[in-house]
Design a protein around this ligand. Structure first.
Ligand code: BGO
Length: 685
């Protein structure tokens, strides 16, 4: 007997911790695993009961620790702190997370926090009998894939599933550690997390004690106990200063406290999991929440895509109906301002050269871009409302289903939606995609999304050629961008990277009424970047274009003999089959590579007219058909310089960067050619 006991002790190796919500059946499972081999004491320094037991399985004994029942791994109660410290400091070989199957959404809040620590977890999906009688069906294989851990159905009261649970736990304990679950906390929070993580990573000790991302999340959650622990280490001043800055910044931008922001995203993740793994038959007891009710319509299989299209259409109608009269006012202002400045310069006997630089170059060029401020701000305002209300996440969810039918990764759609604002953050947002191939495909197709910088080109051309259907025409361009992105994605996937797509969770945060402050701040963040760009990069480019318009000395300003005229003339034949073979169009597209707004700025400089005059001038050189082909060209051809830089940074490859530039060039020419020649063939122009 003694020898047997000694043997057992010698081979007792694996430490299993049981974690779960109160009443999830943790004690029942603990009793099943350990039988009479239990010992009850206290956790060090506190009066909370600590239950330890011995599990004997296949002649080997293992230790089982019952952690206090908690809903979270925060620091709100002693129980939570004990559970968290044990997980982080004692690092059990495996954690059995007991989840009440009849109450899965609430229980998963703890699960995802355990997974975020990077611990080895096995989910015991307990009370599966109750779930069945409550008319709940759970797709366990899918749940396991989404969480990235084994899920074992159990009925603790009947000892069902215990053998599988132990078997799986021992296997998992011996397996290599997985990387921690990475929830996407949204662009703004992710940026701050990135800053904190890089400081944590450079600290001598912290990364050995806490997983870097986990610690960054905890700091942003303003977890006092973690904050105090960090304070004790020397050399953490930078980190704590950055934490304060990040919390303040996020509160300012979102109008919410960071703890709620993070909790919201976690519930979004859980909402996404639940939506895809749980089927509930309607019963009298189960009442749909408001969010569920809205989702039943908005994410409906048949209605989802039409509603998404309607929302997008509404977005452009709103932008143009309200923005259009304002463009007139600002255009009028610049015309007046140009006149005043010109008069002023004449009064002080300024040279013709200076007058030309200021009036034709700067006011004409930068002004022709700035007149589109109302449309751009209104577009960003509408996008912010859709995002802050939680609708954009649903749009991604709907498109996910659609993308999956094409064999594409649905999560790719989130960076693509961000691309409506600017393609640079869209390319950066692909970091949320773990699979390298999916990430590369999404990077390659991101520039096809119509960003705010294309807007000035659209507004100018639809105003000149489609004045009664402006919203509809721009809507068609945005849709074309999405459709081409999907087609090209499918093409790249099939040709370049064949293979399975990994499952993932689409986060579905609860619906919210957007706050005025949050919406305005988001609109301003995006819109002000446009104004800044107009005042810096575009200003500089406009001066260069102006210089090319007056050189060589003595030529007619912006004439065909000027440098820009020669450059445009050299390129123009390429675009002639697409319907816009003028040297001005060629020059505009050439400089538009630097920033897409520059297409309009260049036209403003080379035609030497203000926005008002520009509309009538382009009417002489384009037809509605060639104007549409030109807008399609602007949409697709070459990502702008900033996006090219972002692609290089994110892919870390010149080859893929060149590929992105090359394929968009070819695709844009083909599309413009097909539209123009096809339209002519159909007698449209
Ligand atoms: C009582 N199925 C069902 N149907 N019930 C279960 C299961 C299961 O798989 N697992 C546990 N339970 P704890 P925590 C009770 O005690 O293990 C039941 O807090 C009662 N008690 O029997 O204590 C379990 O440790 C009187 O129910 O959970 C227990 O996590 C009437 O869930 C309860 C009815 O289990 C909580 C039930 C005096």
């Amino acid at each position: 007997m003694e020898t047997a006991l000694k043997l057992e002790t010698e081979i007792e190796k694996i430490v299993i911790a049981l974690a779960g919500n109160p009443n999830s059946g943790k004690t029942s499972i603990f009793n099943n695993l350990t039988g009479a081999r239990q010992h009850v004491g206290n956790w060090a320094g506190v009066t909370v009961e600590k239950k330890e037991g011995r599990l004997v399985y296949r002649g080997k004994a293992h230790s089982v620790i019952d952690l206090p029942g908690t809903y979270s791994l925060g620091a709100y109660s002693e129980d939570e702190v004990i559970a968290r410290d044990f997980v982080l400091n004692e690092k059990p070989d495996v954690i059995i997370n007991v989840v009440d199957a009849s109450n899965i959404e609430r229980n998963l809040y703890l699960t995802i926090q355990l997974l975020e620590t990077g611990a080895n977890v096995v989910v015991a999906l307990n009370m599966i009998d109750e779930a069945r009688t409550g008319n709940i069906t759970i797709d366990m294989a899918k749940l396991s894939k989404f969480l990235g851990v084994p899920v074992i159905p159990t009925v603790a009261t009947k000892k069902e599933g215990m053998k599988e649970l132990v078997e799986q736990s021992i296997q998992t304990a011996k397996a290599d550690k997985k990387s921690p679950l990475k929830i996407n906390y949204g662009q703004e929070v992710e940026e701050e997390l990135g800053r904190l993580e890089s400081i944590i990573g450079s600290h001598a000790k912290l990364p050995m004690i806490f997983p870097a991302r986990w610690l960054a999340v905890k700091l942003l959650e303003e977890d006092e106990s973690i904050h105090n622990q960090v304070k004790k280490y020397t050399g953490t001043k930078d980190l704590l200063a950055q934490y304060e800055k990040s919390v303040k910044h996020l509160q300012n931008v979102t109008g919410e406290d960071t703890e709620s922001l993070i909790a919201d995203r976690r519930y979004g993740f859980i909402g996404g999991v639940a939506k895809q793994v749980i089927t509930r038959r309607a019963t009298a007891e189960y009442k749909l929440s408001m969010s569920d009710k809205i989702d039943k319509v908005v994410t409906n299989r048949l209605l989802g895509i039409p509603i998404f299209l309607l929302a997008m259409w509404g977005l452009f109608q709103f932008t143009f109906t309200i923005g259009d009269p304002m463009i007139g006012w600002i255009g009028f202002f610049f015309a007046w301002f140009g006149g005043v400045v010109s008069g002023g310069l004449a009064a002080v006997n300024a040279s013709e050269l200076v007058t030309s630089l200021i009036v034709d170059g700067i006011i004409g060029g930068v002004g022709s871009v700035l007149v589109f401020i109302p449309n751009i701000f209104l577009l960003f305002l509408a996008i912010s409302v859709l995002e802050d209300s939680g609708y954009m996440a649903r749009a991604a969810y709907i498109m996910d289903r659609f993308m999956h039918t094409l064999g594409l990764h649905g999560k790719s759609f989130i960076p693509l939606l961000i691309g409506f604002g600017c393609n640079v953050p869209a390319v950066m947002a692909t970091r949320t995609l773990e699979n390298k191939r999916d990430r590369l495909i999404t990077i390659l197709i991101s520039p096809l999304m119509s960003c705010g910088a294309r807007m000035p080109v659209y507004v100018l051309f639809v105003g000149a050629f489609f004045s009664t259907k402006q919203g509809l025409v721009v809507f068609s361009l945005y849709m074309l961008g999405i459709i081409l992105a999907v087609i090209m994605g499918k093409f790249f996937k099939t040709i370049l990277f064949p293979g399975e797509t990994a499952p993932f969770v689409m986060e579905l945060p609860p619906y919210r009424i957007p706050t005025l402050k949050g919406t305005l701040v988001h609109m301003w963040e995006r819109g002000s970047a446009f104004i800044k760009k107009a005042g810096t990069i575009i200003f500089a480019i406009v001066v260069i274009i102006w210089a090319l318009s007056i050189l060589p000395w003595g030529v007619e300003y912006a004439g065909q003999e000027s440098l820009i005229g020669r450059l445009g003339s050299f390129i123009a034949p390429i675009f002639a089959p697409c319907g816009f073979g003028t040297w001005e169009a060629g020059a505009a597209l050439f400089f538009g590579i630097l920033a897409k707004e520059v297409v309009v700025a260049t036209l403003g400089v080379v035609y030497g007219v203000g926005e008002e005059g520009l509309v009538t001038t382009i009417q002489q050189f384009w037809t509605p058909l060639s104007a549409y082909a030109f807008m399609v060209m602007t949409l697709i051809y070459v990502p702008c310089a900033a996006v090219i830089g972002a692609i290089k940074r994110e892919t870390n490859s010149w080859k893929w960067t060149a590929f992105a530039v090359g394929y968009t060039m070819i695709l844009s020419w083909l599309m413009a050619f097909i539209i123009y020649q096809g339209g002519r063939f159909l007698g449209l122009g």
